[in-house]
Design a protein around this ligand. Structure first.
Ligand code: FE2
Ligand code: FE2
Length: 205
């Protein structure tokens, strides 16, 4: 994995989360499917919100299509393994990060793009962390996906610099980083792709 992703995140996925993932592969896959949907949906929402920014809408249109291909790939694996589809509640992760978004432009677009970059970077880091512990099919699939997530991370950082101020971006990364680190490392009520390690003795739902 790209060193700059580790540097950007500043923390590694805890072993307790990896252990939970290995013990709950069905939930991992179902939530991963939802993450791909949300990545596409986020990209489409940005196309509607920032219609006057051609670089953004072009990049987001391409991204949305790619995330939906990932969605279909995860769905295929879920079907092949006869894992019953069921609704899952969202992790606290994205909402915890979105709470940081400033209410006014140009702060808002900078924050949205940086948070999207963090989510892509963490996805890349997590795919890399868990892949060696999964069965051969998933290990190969996740190792393949982490290259896409690294590219998506770079794309969001590029857009943040295109529309934002470098000094402001640096300050906002410093604000978002510790919040993101806590969301993936602090004990969590649910196990999800972007959750913290589940609190022991809590049932995985
Ligand atoms: Fe994806
Ligand atoms: Fe992505």
């Amino acid at each position: 994995m790209a060193d700059n992703i580790h540097e950007f995140l500043g923390s590694a996925t805890p072993q307790a989360w990896i252990d939970a993932a290995v013990a709950n592969v069905d939930t991992l896959l179902l939530d991963h499917k939802n993450c791909e949907y949300k990545a596409a949906s986020n990209a489409i929402n940005l196309m509607a919100k920032y219609q006057e920014r051609p670089d953004l809408i072009n990049a987001m249109s391409r991204l949305a299509r790619e995330e939906l291909v990932h969605y279909e790939q995860v769905l295929k694996i879920i079907k092949a393994r006869n894992i019953p589809l069921r609704p899952l509640t969202a992790a606290r992760y994205a909402s915890g990060l979105r709470a940081l978004v400033r209410r006014n432009e140009p702060g808002m677009i900078t924050d949205i793009l940086l948070i999207s970059a963090f989510i892509e970077a963490r996805s890349c880091e997590r795919f890399g962390a868990v892949a060696p512990h999964l069965d051969a099919e998933l290990s190969k699939f996740y190792s393949g996906l982490l290259a896409s997530e690294a590219r998506h991370f770079q794309g969001y950082i590029r857009l943040a610099h295109l529309y934002g101020d470098a000094e402001d971006i640096g300050k906002r990364i410093a604000v978002i980083r510790p919040v993101e680190q806590a969301l993936v490392a602090d004990p969590d009520s649910d196990f999800r792709f972007h959750s913290g390690p589940p609190i022991p003795a809590l049932a995985v739902a």
